[in-house]
Design a protein around this ligand. Structure first.
Ligand code: ATP
Ligand code: MG
Length: 581
Protein backbone atom coordinates (compact mmCIF):
# COMPACT_ATOMS: atom_id res chain seq x y z
CA UNK A 1 0.00 0.00 0.00
CA UNK A 2 1.18 3.48 -0.88
CA UNK A 3 0.65 5.94 1.90
CA UNK A 4 -0.02 8.72 -0.64
CA UNK A 5 -3.15 6.83 -1.73
CA UNK A 6 -4.15 5.40 1.58
CA UNK A 7 -6.94 6.79 3.73
CA UNK A 8 -5.10 7.22 7.01
CA UNK A 9 -6.38 10.27 8.86
CA UNK A 10 -3.81 10.58 11.66
CA UNK A 11 -4.23 13.34 14.23
CA UNK A 12 -1.52 15.43 15.84
CA UNK A 13 -3.75 16.66 18.64
CA UNK A 14 -4.92 14.41 21.42
CA UNK A 15 -8.67 14.05 20.95
CA UNK A 16 -10.61 15.40 23.92
CA UNK A 17 -13.35 12.77 23.66
CA UNK A 18 -10.91 10.03 24.70
CA UNK A 19 -9.77 9.17 28.22
CA UNK A 20 -7.72 6.01 27.89
CA UNK A 21 -4.46 5.48 26.05
CA UNK A 22 -5.90 2.96 23.64
CA UNK A 23 -8.87 5.13 22.78
CA UNK A 24 -6.65 8.19 22.19
CA UNK A 25 -4.19 6.25 20.09
CA UNK A 26 -6.88 4.54 18.05
CA UNK A 27 -8.27 7.94 17.11
CA UNK A 28 -4.87 9.51 16.57
CA UNK A 29 -3.56 6.64 14.46
CA UNK A 30 -6.65 6.77 12.25
CA UNK A 31 -7.91 3.31 13.20
CA UNK A 32 -11.49 4.14 14.17
CA UNK A 33 -13.93 7.02 14.31
CA UNK A 34 -16.85 7.52 16.64
CA UNK A 35 -20.23 7.43 14.93
CA UNK A 36 -22.45 7.64 18.02
CA UNK A 37 -22.01 6.93 21.72
CA UNK A 38 -20.43 3.46 21.90
CA UNK A 39 -20.75 3.02 18.13
CA UNK A 40 -17.61 3.08 16.02
CA UNK A 41 -16.61 2.90 12.37
CA UNK A 42 -13.47 0.92 11.67
CA UNK A 43 -11.22 2.68 9.17
CA UNK A 44 -9.02 0.60 6.85
CA UNK A 45 -5.93 0.48 9.09
CA UNK A 46 -8.02 -0.43 12.15
CA UNK A 47 -10.03 -3.02 10.29
CA UNK A 48 -6.86 -4.83 9.25
CA UNK A 49 -6.01 -5.32 12.93
CA UNK A 50 -9.55 -6.50 13.64
CA UNK A 51 -9.25 -9.04 10.83
CA UNK A 52 -5.88 -10.28 12.09
CA UNK A 53 -7.27 -10.88 15.57
CA UNK A 54 -10.36 -12.55 14.10
CA UNK A 55 -8.18 -14.81 12.01
CA UNK A 56 -6.05 -15.95 14.94
CA UNK A 57 -9.19 -16.62 16.97
CA UNK A 58 -10.81 -18.44 14.03
CA UNK A 59 -7.77 -20.68 13.53
CA UNK A 60 -7.65 -21.55 17.21
CA UNK A 61 -11.38 -22.27 17.39
CA UNK A 62 -11.06 -24.49 14.32
CA UNK A 63 -8.07 -26.25 15.84
CA UNK A 64 -10.25 -27.24 18.80
CA UNK A 65 -12.93 -28.57 16.44
CA UNK A 66 -15.05 -25.43 16.24
CA UNK A 67 -17.30 -24.99 13.19
CA UNK A 68 -18.09 -21.49 12.01
CA UNK A 69 -21.66 -20.21 11.64
CA UNK A 70 -23.12 -16.79 11.05
CA UNK A 71 -26.25 -16.24 13.09
CA UNK A 72 -28.73 -13.41 12.64
CA UNK A 73 -28.37 -10.15 14.51
CA UNK A 74 -32.16 -9.88 14.52
CA UNK A 75 -33.48 -12.17 17.23
CA UNK A 76 -37.22 -12.87 17.50
CA UNK A 77 -38.64 -11.99 20.93
CA UNK A 78 -40.40 -15.37 21.29
CA UNK A 79 -37.11 -17.21 21.74
CA UNK A 80 -36.01 -14.74 24.38
CA UNK A 81 -39.38 -15.09 26.08
CA UNK A 82 -38.93 -18.85 26.21
CA UNK A 83 -35.68 -18.56 28.14
CA UNK A 84 -37.09 -15.76 30.28
CA UNK A 85 -34.35 -13.38 29.21
CA UNK A 86 -36.71 -11.01 27.37
CA UNK A 87 -37.73 -9.77 30.81
CA UNK A 88 -34.58 -10.22 32.85
CA UNK A 89 -31.96 -8.89 30.42
CA UNK A 90 -33.20 -5.41 31.18
CA UNK A 91 -32.21 -2.16 29.53
CA UNK A 92 -29.04 -3.52 27.98
CA UNK A 93 -31.16 -5.26 25.35
CA UNK A 94 -31.81 -3.27 22.17
CA UNK A 95 -35.45 -3.99 21.33
CA UNK A 96 -37.32 -3.20 18.16
CA UNK A 97 -40.56 -3.90 16.41
CA UNK A 98 -41.25 -4.77 12.76
CA UNK A 99 -44.06 -3.39 10.58
CA UNK A 100 -46.34 -6.26 11.65
CA UNK A 101 -45.85 -5.33 15.27
CA UNK A 102 -43.61 -8.31 16.07
CA UNK A 103 -40.89 -7.78 18.62
CA UNK A 104 -37.21 -8.45 18.13
CA UNK A 105 -33.97 -7.70 19.85
CA UNK A 106 -30.50 -7.17 18.43
CA UNK A 107 -28.44 -10.10 19.69
CA UNK A 108 -26.24 -9.22 22.67
CA UNK A 109 -25.25 -12.92 22.76
CA UNK A 110 -26.75 -15.87 20.87
CA UNK A 111 -27.72 -18.70 23.20
CA UNK A 112 -31.38 -18.52 22.16
CA UNK A 113 -30.73 -18.78 18.42
CA UNK A 114 -28.07 -21.48 18.55
CA UNK A 115 -29.85 -23.62 21.12
CA UNK A 116 -32.94 -23.51 18.89
CA UNK A 117 -30.85 -24.89 16.04
CA UNK A 118 -29.62 -27.64 18.36
CA UNK A 119 -33.23 -28.30 19.41
CA UNK A 120 -34.33 -28.68 15.81
CA UNK A 121 -31.38 -30.57 14.42
CA UNK A 122 -29.76 -32.67 17.12
CA UNK A 123 -31.60 -35.85 18.04
CA UNK A 124 -29.05 -38.48 18.86
CA UNK A 125 -26.00 -38.89 21.05
CA UNK A 126 -24.19 -39.74 17.81
CA UNK A 127 -24.37 -36.08 16.80
CA UNK A 128 -22.60 -34.92 19.96
CA UNK A 129 -20.38 -33.19 20.93
CA UNK A 130 -20.62 -30.04 18.78
CA UNK A 131 -18.65 -26.80 19.01
CA UNK A 132 -20.41 -24.05 17.05
CA UNK A 133 -19.19 -20.52 16.78
CA UNK A 134 -19.48 -17.27 14.93
CA UNK A 135 -17.71 -13.94 14.69
CA UNK A 136 -20.50 -11.42 14.68
CA UNK A 137 -21.51 -7.91 15.70
CA UNK A 138 -23.21 -7.77 19.07
CA UNK A 139 -25.44 -5.07 20.50
CA UNK A 140 -25.66 -4.08 24.13
CA UNK A 141 -27.09 -0.81 25.32
CA UNK A 142 -24.38 -0.40 27.94
CA UNK A 143 -25.27 2.03 30.68
CA UNK A 144 -21.86 3.69 30.37
CA UNK A 145 -20.30 3.12 26.96
CA UNK A 146 -16.71 4.29 27.26
CA UNK A 147 -13.06 3.86 26.43
CA UNK A 148 -13.73 3.48 22.71
CA UNK A 149 -13.88 -0.14 21.58
CA UNK A 150 -13.36 -1.32 25.14
CA UNK A 151 -16.97 -0.87 26.21
CA UNK A 152 -19.00 -0.18 23.12
CA UNK A 153 -22.69 -0.64 22.38
CA UNK A 154 -22.04 -2.26 19.02
CA UNK A 155 -18.99 -4.53 18.99
CA UNK A 156 -17.54 -7.62 17.36
CA UNK A 157 -17.45 -10.80 19.39
CA UNK A 158 -16.46 -14.37 18.74
CA UNK A 159 -18.97 -16.54 20.52
CA UNK A 160 -18.78 -20.31 20.65
CA UNK A 161 -21.34 -22.69 22.13
CA UNK A 162 -20.60 -26.27 23.11
CA UNK A 163 -23.15 -29.08 23.11
CA UNK A 164 -22.37 -32.24 25.02
CA UNK A 165 -24.06 -35.34 26.37
CA UNK A 166 -23.26 -34.68 29.99
CA UNK A 167 -21.17 -32.82 32.54
CA UNK A 168 -18.06 -34.83 31.74
CA UNK A 169 -18.37 -33.96 28.06
CA UNK A 170 -19.01 -30.33 28.92
CA UNK A 171 -15.86 -30.29 31.01
CA UNK A 172 -13.87 -31.60 28.05
CA UNK A 173 -15.27 -28.92 25.76
CA UNK A 174 -14.60 -26.31 28.41
CA UNK A 175 -10.97 -27.38 28.67
CA UNK A 176 -10.66 -27.26 24.88
CA UNK A 177 -11.83 -23.67 24.93
CA UNK A 178 -9.48 -22.91 27.80
CA UNK A 179 -6.68 -24.20 25.61
CA UNK A 180 -7.96 -22.44 22.47
CA UNK A 181 -8.19 -19.11 24.28
CA UNK A 182 -4.77 -19.52 25.83
CA UNK A 183 -3.30 -20.21 22.42
CA UNK A 184 -5.16 -17.35 20.73
CA UNK A 185 -4.11 -14.68 23.23
CA UNK A 186 -0.56 -16.00 23.32
CA UNK A 187 -0.37 -15.92 19.54
CA UNK A 188 -1.71 -12.37 19.51
CA UNK A 189 1.32 -11.37 21.60
CA UNK A 190 -0.59 -10.44 24.77
CA UNK A 191 0.33 -10.86 28.43
CA UNK A 192 -2.69 -12.24 30.22
CA UNK A 193 -3.93 -14.19 33.22
CA UNK A 194 -6.76 -16.66 33.47
CA UNK A 195 -8.86 -16.00 36.56
CA UNK A 196 -11.93 -17.42 38.24
CA UNK A 197 -14.96 -15.32 37.46
CA UNK A 198 -18.56 -14.71 38.27
CA UNK A 199 -20.89 -15.84 35.47
CA UNK A 200 -22.98 -12.63 35.57
CA UNK A 201 -26.18 -12.21 33.54
CA UNK A 202 -25.55 -15.21 31.28
CA UNK A 203 -25.96 -17.45 34.30
CA UNK A 204 -25.03 -21.07 34.70
CA UNK A 205 -23.59 -22.50 37.87
CA UNK A 206 -20.90 -24.78 36.51
CA UNK A 207 -17.88 -22.52 36.55
CA UNK A 208 -16.44 -19.67 34.64
CA UNK A 209 -13.05 -18.15 33.88
CA UNK A 210 -12.04 -14.81 32.48
CA UNK A 211 -9.02 -14.11 30.32
CA UNK A 212 -7.54 -10.86 31.54
CA UNK A 213 -5.01 -8.80 29.64
CA UNK A 214 -2.90 -7.14 32.30
CA UNK A 215 -3.03 -3.34 32.03
CA UNK A 216 -2.97 -0.52 34.56
CA UNK A 217 -6.09 0.95 32.98
CA UNK A 218 -8.08 -2.27 33.18
CA UNK A 219 -11.65 -2.01 34.46
CA UNK A 220 -11.31 -5.21 36.46
CA UNK A 221 -9.38 -5.83 39.64
CA UNK A 222 -7.72 -9.20 39.87
CA UNK A 223 -6.40 -10.91 42.96
CA UNK A 224 -3.72 -13.46 42.34
CA UNK A 225 -1.26 -15.54 44.25
CA UNK A 226 2.39 -15.97 43.42
CA UNK A 227 2.56 -19.00 45.68
CA UNK A 228 0.10 -21.04 43.61
CA UNK A 229 -1.93 -20.67 40.44
CA UNK A 230 -4.90 -19.01 42.14
CA UNK A 231 -6.28 -15.94 40.43
CA UNK A 232 -9.75 -14.47 40.57
CA UNK A 233 -11.72 -11.44 39.62
CA UNK A 234 -12.22 -9.47 42.83
CA UNK A 235 -15.97 -9.92 42.27
CA UNK A 236 -15.49 -13.61 42.67
CA UNK A 237 -12.45 -14.05 44.93
CA UNK A 238 -13.37 -16.22 47.89
CA UNK A 239 -12.27 -15.52 51.42
CA UNK A 240 -11.57 -18.22 53.91
CA UNK A 241 -13.63 -17.87 57.05
CA UNK A 242 -11.70 -16.58 59.98
CA UNK A 243 -11.09 -18.79 63.00
CA UNK A 244 -12.82 -17.31 66.00
CA UNK A 245 -10.79 -17.39 69.16
CA UNK A 246 -12.37 -18.85 72.23
CA UNK A 247 -13.73 -15.84 73.96
CA UNK A 248 -14.27 -15.60 77.66
CA UNK A 249 -17.51 -13.63 77.64
CA UNK A 250 -17.26 -13.08 81.40
CA UNK A 251 -14.43 -10.64 80.81
CA UNK A 252 -16.55 -8.51 78.48
CA UNK A 253 -18.84 -5.64 79.31
CA UNK A 254 -22.56 -5.94 78.56
CA UNK A 255 -23.83 -4.09 75.51
CA UNK A 256 -25.15 -0.61 76.01
CA UNK A 257 -27.11 1.81 73.79
CA UNK A 258 -25.30 5.14 73.76
CA UNK A 259 -25.89 8.57 72.32
CA UNK A 260 -23.82 9.15 69.16
CA UNK A 261 -25.05 12.42 67.69
CA UNK A 262 -24.67 12.85 63.92
CA UNK A 263 -22.59 9.69 63.59
CA UNK A 264 -23.95 8.21 60.39
CA UNK A 265 -20.86 6.58 58.95
CA UNK A 266 -18.29 4.11 60.19
CA UNK A 267 -15.76 6.98 60.22
CA UNK A 268 -18.01 9.27 62.27
CA UNK A 269 -18.66 6.56 64.84
CA UNK A 270 -14.98 5.60 64.97
CA UNK A 271 -13.96 9.19 65.64
CA UNK A 272 -16.63 9.69 68.24
CA UNK A 273 -16.02 6.46 70.13
CA UNK A 274 -12.25 6.37 69.50
CA UNK A 275 -12.44 3.03 67.72
CA UNK A 276 -10.87 1.78 64.51
CA UNK A 277 -13.18 0.67 61.69
CA UNK A 278 -12.50 -3.02 62.32
CA UNK A 279 -14.34 -2.68 65.64
CA UNK A 280 -17.58 -1.66 63.95
CA UNK A 281 -20.30 -3.76 62.35
CA UNK A 282 -21.21 -2.19 59.01
CA UNK A 283 -24.92 -2.60 58.31
CA UNK A 284 -26.12 -2.09 54.75
CA UNK A 285 -29.76 -2.37 53.79
CA UNK A 286 -30.73 -3.46 50.29
CA UNK A 287 -33.91 -3.92 48.33
CA UNK A 288 -34.38 -6.87 45.99
CA UNK A 289 -37.10 -8.00 43.58
CA UNK A 290 -37.72 -11.15 45.63
CA UNK A 291 -41.09 -11.50 47.33
CA UNK A 292 -39.63 -13.63 50.16
CA UNK A 293 -37.11 -10.98 51.11
CA UNK A 294 -37.75 -7.58 49.53
CA UNK A 295 -35.49 -5.94 52.11
CA UNK A 296 -32.21 -7.46 53.26
CA UNK A 297 -29.69 -6.35 55.85
CA UNK A 298 -26.08 -7.24 55.09
CA UNK A 299 -23.44 -7.07 57.83
CA UNK A 300 -19.70 -6.85 57.23
CA UNK A 301 -16.86 -5.71 59.42
CA UNK A 302 -16.44 -1.91 59.33
CA UNK A 303 -13.18 -1.99 57.38
CA UNK A 304 -14.61 -4.38 54.76
CA UNK A 305 -16.78 -3.78 51.70
CA UNK A 306 -19.94 -5.64 50.79
CA UNK A 307 -19.50 -7.65 47.58
CA UNK A 308 -22.90 -7.15 45.98
CA UNK A 309 -22.31 -9.88 43.41
CA UNK A 310 -21.79 -12.42 46.17
CA UNK A 311 -24.97 -11.17 47.85
CA UNK A 312 -26.90 -11.42 44.59
CA UNK A 313 -25.68 -14.95 44.00
CA UNK A 314 -26.53 -15.95 47.54
CA UNK A 315 -30.05 -14.55 47.29
CA UNK A 316 -30.43 -15.64 43.67
CA UNK A 317 -31.84 -12.22 42.85
CA UNK A 318 -31.49 -10.02 39.78
CA UNK A 319 -31.78 -6.62 41.40
CA UNK A 320 -29.98 -5.50 44.49
CA UNK A 321 -29.96 -1.82 45.20
CA UNK A 322 -29.30 0.25 48.29
CA UNK A 323 -32.59 0.67 50.12
CA UNK A 324 -34.43 3.93 49.67
CA UNK A 325 -34.50 6.28 52.65
CA UNK A 326 -38.16 5.62 53.48
CA UNK A 327 -37.54 1.86 53.49
CA UNK A 328 -34.62 2.29 55.87
CA UNK A 329 -36.75 4.51 58.13
CA UNK A 330 -39.52 1.94 58.13
CA UNK A 331 -37.45 -1.15 58.97
CA UNK A 332 -35.10 0.50 61.47
CA UNK A 333 -37.36 3.15 62.93
CA UNK A 334 -34.42 5.52 62.60
CA UNK A 335 -32.74 7.88 60.16
CA UNK A 336 -30.31 6.47 57.63
CA UNK A 337 -26.97 5.73 59.31
CA UNK A 338 -28.18 3.98 62.45
CA UNK A 339 -29.15 0.54 61.18
CA UNK A 340 -28.06 -2.61 62.96
CA UNK A 341 -29.30 -6.15 63.52
CA UNK A 342 -30.55 -5.64 67.10
CA UNK A 343 -34.02 -4.20 67.59
CA UNK A 344 -35.22 -3.86 63.99
CA UNK A 345 -38.80 -2.69 63.67
CA UNK A 346 -39.60 -5.26 60.98
CA UNK A 347 -38.40 -8.80 60.48
CA UNK A 348 -36.11 -8.80 57.46
CA UNK A 349 -33.55 -11.22 56.15
CA UNK A 350 -30.10 -10.69 57.68
CA UNK A 351 -26.87 -11.94 56.19
CA UNK A 352 -23.54 -11.59 57.98
CA UNK A 353 -20.06 -12.11 56.70
CA UNK A 354 -18.17 -14.53 58.98
CA UNK A 355 -15.56 -11.89 59.72
CA UNK A 356 -18.18 -9.88 61.60
CA UNK A 357 -17.87 -12.52 64.33
CA UNK A 358 -14.26 -11.53 64.80
CA UNK A 359 -15.32 -8.32 66.48
CA UNK A 360 -14.91 -8.29 70.23
CA UNK A 361 -16.26 -5.36 72.22
CA UNK A 362 -17.15 -3.32 69.17
CA UNK A 363 -20.20 -1.34 68.10
CA UNK A 364 -23.15 -1.41 65.76
CA UNK A 365 -26.10 0.77 64.81
CA UNK A 366 -28.87 1.08 67.43
CA UNK A 367 -31.92 1.32 65.13
CA UNK A 368 -32.58 4.60 66.87
CA UNK A 369 -31.54 7.96 65.46
CA UNK A 370 -28.27 9.21 66.97
CA UNK A 371 -27.68 5.96 68.86
CA UNK A 372 -25.28 3.02 68.63
CA UNK A 373 -24.75 -0.09 70.65
CA UNK A 374 -21.33 -0.34 72.25
CA UNK A 375 -19.62 -3.35 73.89
CA UNK A 376 -20.96 -5.50 71.05
CA UNK A 377 -19.49 -8.97 70.63
CA UNK A 378 -21.43 -10.59 67.78
CA UNK A 379 -20.70 -14.16 68.92
CA UNK A 380 -22.59 -13.30 72.08
CA UNK A 381 -24.92 -10.46 71.07
CA UNK A 382 -26.14 -11.76 67.69
CA UNK A 383 -26.53 -15.35 68.91
CA UNK A 384 -30.29 -15.30 69.12
CA UNK A 385 -30.87 -13.40 65.91
CA UNK A 386 -31.91 -15.15 62.71
CA UNK A 387 -28.77 -14.50 60.66
CA UNK A 388 -27.40 -16.36 57.66
CA UNK A 389 -23.62 -16.40 57.75
CA UNK A 390 -21.96 -16.36 54.33
CA UNK A 391 -18.98 -14.94 52.46
CA UNK A 392 -20.41 -11.66 51.21
CA UNK A 393 -17.48 -9.34 51.33
CA UNK A 394 -14.95 -8.10 48.86
CA UNK A 395 -11.58 -9.78 49.09
CA UNK A 396 -8.58 -7.49 49.03
CA UNK A 397 -4.87 -7.43 48.39
CA UNK A 398 -2.80 -8.60 51.34
CA UNK A 399 -5.29 -11.23 52.47
CA UNK A 400 -4.41 -14.93 52.51
CA UNK A 401 -4.84 -16.94 49.32
CA UNK A 402 -7.84 -19.27 49.72
CA UNK A 403 -5.83 -22.10 48.19
CA UNK A 404 -2.36 -21.94 49.67
CA UNK A 405 -2.51 -19.27 52.37
CA UNK A 406 0.19 -17.03 50.92
CA UNK A 407 -0.57 -13.34 50.52
CA UNK A 408 -2.73 -12.24 47.59
CA UNK A 409 -1.51 -9.54 45.22
CA UNK A 410 -3.71 -7.34 43.14
CA UNK A 411 -3.44 -6.09 39.60
CA UNK A 412 -5.72 -4.54 37.02
CA UNK A 413 -6.83 -6.28 33.90
CA UNK A 414 -9.04 -6.02 30.84
CA UNK A 415 -11.45 -8.90 30.35
CA UNK A 416 -10.95 -9.99 26.75
CA UNK A 417 -12.46 -13.44 26.98
CA UNK A 418 -14.92 -15.29 29.17
CA UNK A 419 -15.75 -18.98 29.29
CA UNK A 420 -18.79 -20.43 31.07
CA UNK A 421 -20.27 -23.79 31.83
CA UNK A 422 -23.97 -23.18 31.28
CA UNK A 423 -25.13 -26.69 32.07
CA UNK A 424 -28.75 -27.13 31.01
CA UNK A 425 -30.02 -23.60 31.65
CA UNK A 426 -30.81 -22.91 27.98
CA UNK A 427 -31.22 -26.45 26.69
CA UNK A 428 -33.99 -27.05 29.23
CA UNK A 429 -36.01 -23.98 28.40
CA UNK A 430 -35.57 -24.48 24.64
CA UNK A 431 -35.90 -28.30 24.80
CA UNK A 432 -32.54 -29.16 23.28
CA UNK A 433 -32.80 -32.88 23.92
CA UNK A 434 -31.08 -35.95 22.50
CA UNK A 435 -31.66 -39.68 22.72
CA UNK A 436 -28.93 -41.63 24.44
CA UNK A 437 -27.67 -45.15 23.54
CA UNK A 438 -30.22 -46.69 25.85
CA UNK A 439 -33.07 -44.84 24.14
CA UNK A 440 -33.54 -42.39 27.02
CA UNK A 441 -34.11 -38.72 26.34
CA UNK A 442 -31.55 -36.42 27.89
CA UNK A 443 -30.94 -32.70 28.00
CA UNK A 444 -27.87 -31.38 26.23
CA UNK A 445 -25.16 -29.88 28.47
CA UNK A 446 -23.99 -26.54 27.15
CA UNK A 447 -21.15 -24.10 27.54
CA UNK A 448 -20.61 -20.66 26.04
CA UNK A 449 -17.39 -18.87 25.31
CA UNK A 450 -16.84 -15.27 24.19
CA UNK A 451 -13.95 -13.16 22.98
CA UNK A 452 -14.29 -9.43 22.42
CA UNK A 453 -12.42 -8.79 19.19
CA UNK A 454 -12.45 -4.98 19.41
CA UNK A 455 -11.71 -5.06 23.11
CA UNK A 456 -8.72 -7.31 22.41
CA UNK A 457 -7.44 -4.73 19.94
CA UNK A 458 -7.80 -1.98 22.55
CA UNK A 459 -6.15 -4.17 25.19
CA UNK A 460 -3.22 -4.85 22.88
CA UNK A 461 -2.62 -1.10 22.66
CA UNK A 462 -2.94 -0.61 26.42
CA UNK A 463 -0.12 -3.11 26.77
CA UNK A 464 2.04 -1.96 23.89
CA UNK A 465 2.66 1.75 23.43
CA UNK A 466 5.12 4.50 24.22
CA UNK A 467 5.05 8.29 24.09
CA UNK A 468 5.31 8.15 20.29
CA UNK A 469 2.37 5.85 19.67
CA UNK A 470 1.30 2.26 19.24
CA UNK A 471 3.77 -0.64 19.16
CA UNK A 472 1.81 -3.46 17.54
CA UNK A 473 2.78 -7.01 18.42
CA UNK A 474 3.80 -8.33 14.98
CA UNK A 475 1.07 -11.03 14.79
CA UNK A 476 -1.71 -8.43 14.83
CA UNK A 477 0.07 -5.48 13.24
CA UNK A 478 -1.86 -3.98 10.30
CA UNK A 479 1.34 -4.13 8.21
CA UNK A 480 4.74 -5.53 9.07
CA UNK A 481 7.01 -3.05 7.34
CA UNK A 482 6.97 0.60 6.37
CA UNK A 483 9.49 1.93 3.86
CA UNK A 484 10.37 5.56 4.48
CA UNK A 485 12.54 7.37 1.96
CA UNK A 486 13.97 10.58 3.40
CA UNK A 487 12.88 12.42 0.26
CA UNK A 488 10.70 10.86 -2.40
CA UNK A 489 11.73 13.69 -4.75
CA UNK A 490 15.28 12.32 -4.97
CA UNK A 491 15.28 9.93 -7.97
CA UNK A 492 17.71 7.43 -6.47
CA UNK A 493 15.86 7.17 -3.18
CA UNK A 494 12.55 6.90 -4.99
CA UNK A 495 13.86 4.17 -7.27
CA UNK A 496 15.38 2.08 -4.46
CA UNK A 497 12.33 2.52 -2.25
CA UNK A 498 10.02 1.46 -5.10
CA UNK A 499 12.24 -1.49 -5.89
CA UNK A 500 12.26 -2.73 -2.29
CA UNK A 501 8.50 -2.16 -2.12
CA UNK A 502 7.93 -4.29 -5.22
CA UNK A 503 10.24 -7.06 -4.05
CA UNK A 504 8.67 -7.23 -0.61
CA UNK A 505 5.20 -7.20 -2.14
CA UNK A 506 6.11 -10.11 -4.39
CA UNK A 507 7.50 -11.98 -1.39
CA UNK A 508 4.12 -11.61 0.29
CA UNK A 509 5.27 -9.15 2.95
CA UNK A 510 2.61 -6.73 4.20
CA UNK A 511 4.30 -3.47 3.40
CA UNK A 512 3.54 0.25 3.23
CA UNK A 513 5.55 2.65 1.13
CA UNK A 514 5.53 6.17 2.52
CA UNK A 515 5.68 7.90 -0.85
CA UNK A 516 4.26 11.18 0.42
CA UNK A 517 6.11 14.37 -0.30
CA UNK A 518 6.54 15.19 3.39
CA UNK A 519 9.40 16.14 5.65
CA UNK A 520 11.23 13.09 7.10
CA UNK A 521 10.23 14.12 10.65
CA UNK A 522 6.54 13.94 9.74
CA UNK A 523 6.97 10.55 8.13
CA UNK A 524 8.92 9.11 11.05
CA UNK A 525 6.30 10.41 13.48
CA UNK A 526 3.48 8.79 11.56
CA UNK A 527 5.34 5.49 11.27
CA UNK A 528 5.85 5.49 15.05
CA UNK A 529 2.27 6.53 15.76
CA UNK A 530 0.70 3.74 13.68
CA UNK A 531 3.12 1.30 15.25
CA UNK A 532 4.42 -0.72 12.29
CA UNK A 533 6.94 -3.22 13.75
CA UNK A 534 9.78 -2.46 11.32
CA UNK A 535 10.77 0.67 9.42
CA UNK A 536 13.14 0.66 6.47
CA UNK A 537 14.73 4.07 6.02
CA UNK A 538 16.08 4.88 2.59
CA UNK A 539 18.57 7.70 2.93
CA UNK A 540 21.38 8.99 0.72
CA UNK A 541 23.93 8.37 3.48
CA UNK A 542 23.28 4.62 3.47
CA UNK A 543 22.61 4.33 -0.25
CA UNK A 544 26.20 5.45 -0.81
CA UNK A 545 27.28 2.11 0.69
CA UNK A 546 24.41 0.16 -0.90
CA UNK A 547 22.52 -0.20 2.31
CA UNK A 548 19.27 0.81 3.98
CA UNK A 549 18.50 1.18 7.67
CA UNK A 550 16.22 -1.21 9.58
CA UNK A 551 14.66 0.22 12.70
CA UNK A 552 12.64 -1.89 15.11
CA UNK A 553 9.66 0.02 16.51
CA UNK A 554 9.56 -1.88 19.77
CA UNK A 555 13.18 -1.64 20.84
CA UNK A 556 14.36 1.34 18.80
CA UNK A 557 17.29 -0.80 17.65
CA UNK A 558 18.66 0.08 14.24
CA UNK A 559 21.05 -1.66 11.87
CA UNK A 560 22.19 -1.37 8.27
CA UNK A 561 21.24 -4.03 5.75
CA UNK A 562 22.55 -4.64 2.23
CA UNK A 563 19.94 -3.71 -0.32
CA UNK A 564 20.00 -7.18 -1.92
CA UNK A 565 19.52 -8.83 1.46
CA UNK A 566 16.39 -6.84 2.38
CA UNK A 567 13.80 -9.50 1.54
CA UNK A 568 15.68 -12.25 3.38
CA UNK A 569 16.24 -10.08 6.41
CA UNK A 570 12.63 -8.97 6.55
CA UNK A 571 11.45 -12.56 6.30
CA UNK A 572 13.80 -13.48 9.13
CA UNK A 573 12.45 -10.58 11.20
CA UNK A 574 8.83 -11.56 10.64
CA UNK A 575 9.60 -15.20 11.32
CA UNK A 576 11.26 -14.24 14.61
CA UNK A 577 8.40 -11.99 15.67
CA UNK A 578 5.41 -14.14 14.81
CA UNK A 579 4.56 -16.17 17.85
CA UNK A 580 4.60 -19.84 17.06
CA UNK A 581 3.23 -22.32 19.54
P1 ATP B 1 -18.18 -7.00 31.03
O1 ATP B 1 -18.17 -7.59 32.41
O2 ATP B 1 -16.90 -6.33 30.67
O3 ATP B 1 -19.40 -6.21 30.73
P2 ATP B 1 -19.44 -9.33 30.04
O4 ATP B 1 -19.25 -10.29 31.15
O5 ATP B 1 -20.71 -8.62 29.88
O6 ATP B 1 -18.25 -8.26 30.06
P3 ATP B 1 -19.52 -11.43 28.09
O7 ATP B 1 -20.98 -11.41 28.00
O8 ATP B 1 -18.86 -12.54 28.76
O9 ATP B 1 -19.02 -10.03 28.69
O10 ATP B 1 -18.93 -11.22 26.63
C1 ATP B 1 -17.79 -11.88 26.14
C2 ATP B 1 -16.71 -10.89 25.76
O11 ATP B 1 -17.21 -9.84 24.94
C3 ATP B 1 -16.10 -10.17 26.95
O12 ATP B 1 -15.10 -10.96 27.53
C4 ATP B 1 -15.54 -8.93 26.30
O13 ATP B 1 -14.26 -9.19 25.73
C5 ATP B 1 -16.50 -8.64 25.17
N1 ATP B 1 -17.44 -7.57 25.53
C6 ATP B 1 -18.48 -7.63 26.38
N2 ATP B 1 -19.12 -6.46 26.45
C7 ATP B 1 -18.46 -5.62 25.61
C8 ATP B 1 -18.64 -4.26 25.22
N3 ATP B 1 -19.64 -3.54 25.69
N4 ATP B 1 -17.77 -3.72 24.32
C9 ATP B 1 -16.76 -4.45 23.82
N5 ATP B 1 -16.55 -5.74 24.14
C10 ATP B 1 -17.38 -6.33 25.02
MG1 MG C 1 -21.33 -6.71 30.31
Amino acid sequence: MRLSKMFLPTLREIPTEAETISHKLMLRAGLVRRTAAGVYSYLPMGYRVIRKIEQIVREEMNRQGGQEFLLPVLNPAELWQQTGRWDVYGDELFRLCDRQGRNYCLGPTHEEIITTIAHNEINSYRQLPQLWYQIQTKFRDEIRPRFGLMRAREFIMKDLYSFDRDEAGLHESYMKMHEGYTRAFTRAGLTFRVVEADPGAIGGKGGSHEFMVMADNGEAEILYCDGCEYGANVEKAVILPTKHEDIDFRQLAERELVYTPNCRTIEDVGLYLHHTADKAVKSVIYETEKEEYPVVLVLVRGDHQVNEIKVKNLLDCLYLSLAREEVVNQVTGADVGYAGPIGLKEKIKIIADPWVYDIIDGECGGNKTDHHWIHITPLRDFKNLDIEVADVRMAAKGEPCPRCGKTLNSARGIEVGHIFKLGTKYSESLHAIYTDEDGKEKTIAMGCYGIGIGRTMAAAIEQNYDQNGIIWPAPIAPYHVIITPISIKEPEQKQIAEEIYTRLGKAGVEVILDDRDERPGVKFKDADLIGIPLRITVSPKYLAVNKVEFKVRKTGEACLVDIDRVVDEINAFIEANMIKI
